[in-house]
Design a protein around this ligand. Structure first.
Ligand SMILES: Cc1cc2nc3c(=O)[nH]c(=O)nc-3n(C[C@H](O)[C@H](O)[C@H](O)COP(=O)(O)OP(=O)(O)OC[C@H]3O[C@@H](n4cnc5c(N)ncnc54)[C@H](O)[C@@H]3O)c2cc1C
Length: 190
């Protein structure tokens, strides 16, 4: 961020990143920042999405504001790790009364058939509103599955919507449904 001449502008730099709003605007009119330089999470899909928002904003359209708390994060390790939204600890720190559900892949038929029983799905709901605050998964295929919860969060679905959704059998994704049920003591296969 050195030698860009930012100090001669109203652009604010905080430690490692340029300060922007949810539409990628800096404090200097007409100057935008996206991606890693605009702060965490440092992920390609966040950078790409901000690029679209930024250009739409410049073009005079009305893009949606980016909510960085709803950006999925994946680790392509073995086992895989995937999450979106708040952790249980973060939710409690923010004053939420929470309902937490966990479902292990050992209770999932597809996982047993594939020999992929190591891992689990965990979901965190706001007890009062039923809002899905966060979801976390460890195990095979979870980086492909997290999009389901990301869409659910974007659509502001509640636990009731997620419980009434019918997921296909046999799939690992059934564990996502079971974790929601587990949060309310209604899991079927544990
Ligand atoms: C090893 C590694 C693995 C990663 N894996 C993942 C992953 O699996 N999934 C994921 O979502 N994210 C991953 N990331 C993060 C992801 O790569 C970044 O979040 C993303 O590339 C950010 O995009 P960006 O456009 O902000 O920056 P960049 O992609 O870094 O692009 C910035 C560009 O600006 C150019 N540039 C720099 N300075 C100047 C200058 N002064 N003038 C002109 N051009 C300049 C650079 O050469 C570069 O081409 C990974 C990062 C690393 C390092």
């Amino acid at each position: 961020m050195e030698d860009l001449g930012l100090e001669k502008t109203a652009v604010r730099v905080e430690k490692t990143h340029i300060v922007t709003d949810a539409f990628c605007r800096t404090a200097e009119p007409g100057v935008y920042a996206i991606g890693d330089v605009a702060g965490p999470p440092w992920l390609a899909h966040k950078a790409s999405h901000e690029g679209v928002i930024c250009v739409e904003q410049i073009a005079g359209l009305h893009p949606h504001a980016l909510d960085t708390t709803r950006i999925p994060a994946c680790t392509y390790s073995h086992p895989q790790v995937a999450s979106v939204g708040l952790t249980e600890a973060q939710a409690r720190e923010r004053g939420h009364q929470v309902k937490v559900g966990k479902f292990p892949f050992v209770g999932n038929g597809k996982a047993i058939a594939m020999g992929s029983t190591a891992g689990l799905v965990k979901v965190i709901f706001d007890e009062g509103s039923g809002e899905l605050l966060g979801a976390h998964m460890v195990g095979d295929e979870v980086t492909e599955m997290i999009q389901g919860y990301a869409i659910a969060q974007t659509l502001e679905t509640t636990e009731a919507d997620l419980m009434s959704a019918v997921l296909p059998h046999p799939t690992m994704s059934e564990a996502m449904h079971e974790a929601v049920l587990a949060a309310y003591g209604r899991a079927l296969h544990i």
